[in-house]
Design a binder for this molecule. Structure first.
Ligand code: ADP
Length: 339
């Protein structure tokens, strides 16, 4: 009798040990990712040839029979997604936080499952989005393309937690943001999302430096505003007010403001819409570099189909839903684009 109890105790102890090991393995994941990124960066530095990149294909083709790219899945499966050359060499910073329990680090950063959005104004009901399925990988530059009124901005607003979905689920880093309460959603917006608007949205009475520094008032930890301004090449304009800067410079300040808090997701709504071609190209390059050099996930809404050429992934939106998703094997550099 006594012996049996001891054996049972041993068994329980063994189970506990296995559980502890599993928990430790889970905790190590983030460190391993950082190590992997450092290894990748080393490989890039030594210019060692990377693996073969995948063929260009539409994801809709790849998943014949599917309406859109994303299979409904709460816990994304590990996908052996081979990265194109330009990404292999650059992914070093902004590593994703450890995936939540039950998710996989290789899974998408963002996942839309059957998402719909209905606007109600008095008696008028308008379905802006329906049955949107979409996945966005960490560090991707994604261009959302479609005609005016297609639902692009609505999609972007849902991505950034600026607006709530009427139906379906949205996951970010394995967490369901559509289930967040207002407080949690506010934190998500403040910490994880940086937004760049077509008309910059700078405070006219504040200098470039102060516009960036403003983010601290939200209780968000940010980098030195001067460092952020340096990253967009505007450190010498730090004391200028928006009215003393060109449109392109103002947009660069707004990019500095957005990236100063090192958000995991950078959302851009027609970021070059108010700029001439040359200035717009500089802004596009800056945004592309955020993804390529800093490994940041950048999602850009535009009606300009030329911008699709610089994206890793192009999401076509029409009549309130995603009609096609294309993967670019070799996206162009932003400075190659002419419009
Ligand atoms: P896009 O960005 O592709 O031009 P939007 O997402 O802005 O399209 O809008 C999609 C549709 O939803 C449009 O018909 C628009 O009028 C409608 N819509 C957008 N926002 C609202 C709102 N707050 N209230 C009512 N209808 C809206």
């Amino acid at each position: 009798m006594q012996k049996k109890t001891t054996e049972e105790e041993k068994k329980e102890q063994a189970v506990e040990e296995v559980k502890e090991q599993a928990a430790e393995a889970e905790t190590d994941t983030a460190e391993e990712q950082t190590k992997e990124a450092a290894d990748e960066a080393k490989q890039a530095a030594s210019d060692k040839p990377a693996e073969e990149a995948p063929e260009t294909k539409t994801e809709t083709e790849a998943k014949a029979g599917d309406k859109t790219e994303a299979e409904p899945q709460k816990k994304p499966e590990a996908k052996p997604e081979t990265k194109p050359e330009h990404r292999k060499k650059t992914k070093a910073k902004n590593e994703p936080k450890k995936a939540k329990e039950g998710t996989d680090e290789q899974g998408p950063l963002i996942l839309f499952e059957g998402v719909g959005k209905i606007y109600k104004t008095g008696q008028i009901v308008y379905e802006a989005l329906h049955d949107v399925n979409l996945e966005i990988m960490d560090g991707e530059l994604v261009v959302i393309l479609g005609p005016s009124g297609a639902g692009k901005s609505t999609l972007l607003n849902l991505l950034g937690g600026l607006d709530g979905a009427t139906s379906g689920k949205i996951f970010f880093g394995g967490e369901e943001i559509t289930a967040f309460d207002d407080v949690r959603l506010g934190k998500f917006r403040a910490h994880d999302v940086g937004i760049i608007f077509q008309f910059y949205n700078l405070v006219p009475t504040l200098t470039a430096y102060e516009n960036v520094d403003l983010m601290q008032d939200l209780g968000v930890e940010i980098m030195d505003p001067l460092e952020a301004l340096k990253m967009v090449g505007l450190e010498d304009r730090k004391d200028n007010f928006p009215s003393q800067m060109s449109g392109g410079q103002q947009q660069r300040v707004s990019i500095a403001r957005a990236i100063a808090k090192k958000p995991r997701l950078l959302l851009c709504d027609e970021p070059t819409g108010a700029l001439d071609t040359n200035t717009g190209r500089e802004v596009l390059k800056l945004l592309q570099d955020q993804s390529r050099v800093r490994g940041q996930t950048v999602v850009m809404v535009t009606h300009n189909s030329l911008f699709a050429e610089i994206a890793d992934k192009v999401v076509m939106v029409k009549n309130g839903t995603v009609v096609e998703v294309k993967i670019n094997k070799e996206p162009k550099d932003a400075d190659e684009i002419n419009w």
